[in-house]
Design a protein around this ligand. Structure first.
Ligand SMILES: Cc1cc2nc3c(=O)[nH]c(=O)nc-3n(C[C@H](O)[C@H](O)[C@H](O)COP(=O)(O)O)c2cc1C
Length: 375
């Protein structure tokens, strides 16, 4: 039986409002967070990947951000099962994903990804390609284990992101998300722990943001003016969950302002628990600060609907369901504009329909076994 309690009808009211991101109108505020699934052999997303995304769109997710997908640069990745965003067969597969999501009533952007120094020499899909990053460092304090990128490398990677964005628009996607988070290539430039360069791409926060800003500007140049460009970033790194790009709002502003000026429409501020304040003296979370400092729209993420953070999921940990009243308060107060949901949507393709329809008693706890299938 459907129970329409005051709290759940409020969820429908607050989350169901459409929103316009540059030229794209998204039917509601629910975003599927990008999640690597490794179900695309040869880098080609197939039938099962299509129905995985379409199922979630049909059940009320307003905007899908796909799993990270490699741009067309041979050093970009480390697996032949992660989908690629280059190559005829790969892009044909992606075009069908976008079409199916549209048919189901949703909108979709690919998350464009280069992993930088997280790659190891010899990794698939291009074993001869070198691992490279700003300074050849995989984490702070490490010895270099890869190549410090030359100007030619930087130009090639910028061109690869721009080409991927142009292809995304050409094959029917609604925008792009640039992956600048979690200790991968762009974040390796943003973070001083992995960026020891003494040229124009290293040094103070503005210089460290330069490479990302050039990627954004090149993307912007190759897509229509109305095509939304989302930039995902994080304080935390997979190499160090306690690492921070910015200790103060001023430092954060120094990093984000050049990205906003280069053409970012929406920032996706990746945190593990959305309810934690980012800086002392304010309750604003990272997305809240991002919106306040840049004036751009912001997406929040991190343990929405669950009470344990996602890092345990990789060790097989589950998580109980948690209410979202506080999230709705913040969304209603316009601290941020949209809410991305990760594991809860892995667990249950119907998560959005249940939350919007007041059927929260049907939500199941997160079980890490859901990472093993594409259901
Ligand atoms: C299986 C899995 C794969 C992920 N892959 C990506 C990815 O490709 N790109 C990315 O930016 N974040 C990735 N993340 C992080 C999620 O997008 C999200 O930020 C995180 O899971 C927190 O949200 P949640 O607490 O709702 O799960 C991944 C998370 C999980 C659990």
């Amino acid at each position: 039986m459907t129970v329409d309690t005051p709290a759940t009808s409020r969820a429908a009211r607050v989350l169901s409002r459409p929103i316009t991101l540059n030229g794209l109108t998204v039917p509601n505020r629910i975003v599927m967070a990008p999640m690597t699934r490794m179900f695309s052999p040869g880098g080609v997303p197939g039938e099962d990947v299509r129905s995985y995304y379409a199922r979630r769109a049909a059940a009320g997710v307003g905007l899908i951000v796909t799993e990270g997908t490699y741009v067309g640069h041979e050093s970009a990745g480390q697996s032949d099962r992660v989908p690629r965003f280059h190559g005829e067969e790969q892009l044909a597969g992606w075009a069908k994903v976008a079409a199916d999501v549209h048919e189901a009533g949703g909108t979709i952007v690919p998350q464009l990804w280069h992993i930088g120094m997280v790659r190891k020499d010899g990794d698939a899909p291009f074993p001869d390609a070198p691992a490279m990053g700003p300074s050849g460092l995989v984490t702070a304090g490490a010895e270099p284990t890869g190549k410090a990128m030359t100007q030619q490398d930087l130009d090639d990677v910028i061109a690869a992101f721009a080409q991927a964005a142009a292809d995304a628009e050409r094959i029917g996607f609604d925008g792009v998300e640039i992956h600048g988070a979690h200790g991968y290539l762009l974040d390796q430039f943003l973070w001083e722990g992995t960026n020891r360069r003494s040229d124009a791409y290293g040094g103070d926060p503005v210089a460290r943001a330069r490479f990302s800003a050039e990627v954004v500007a090149a993307v912007r140049e190759r897509v229509s003016a109305s095509f939304p460009v989302i930039f995902r970033y994080s304080q935390w790194k997979q190499q160090d969950y306690t690492a921070r790009l910015a200790e103060t709002p001023q430092e954060l502003e120094a990093i984000l302002a050049p990205l906003a000026a280069a053409g970012v429409d929406v920032f996706h501020a990746s945190t593990r628990r959305y309810w934690l304040p980012e800086f002392e003296g304010s309750d604003l979370n990272l997305a809240g600060w991002t919106k306040k400092l840049t004036g751009k729209q912001a997406i929040t993420v991190g343990s929405v609907g669950l009470d344990g953070d996602f890092t345990g999921a990789f060790a097989g940990e589950g998580s109980p369901v948690q209410g979202i009243d506080d999230l709705l308060d913040r969304l209603e107060a316009e601290e941020f504009d949209m809410v991305a949901v990760g594991r809860a949507l892995l667990q249950d393709p119907e998560w959005a329909a249940k939350v919007l329809g007041g059927r929260v008693e049907e939500l199941a706890p997160y079980d890490a076994a859901s990472m093993k299938t594409l259901s």
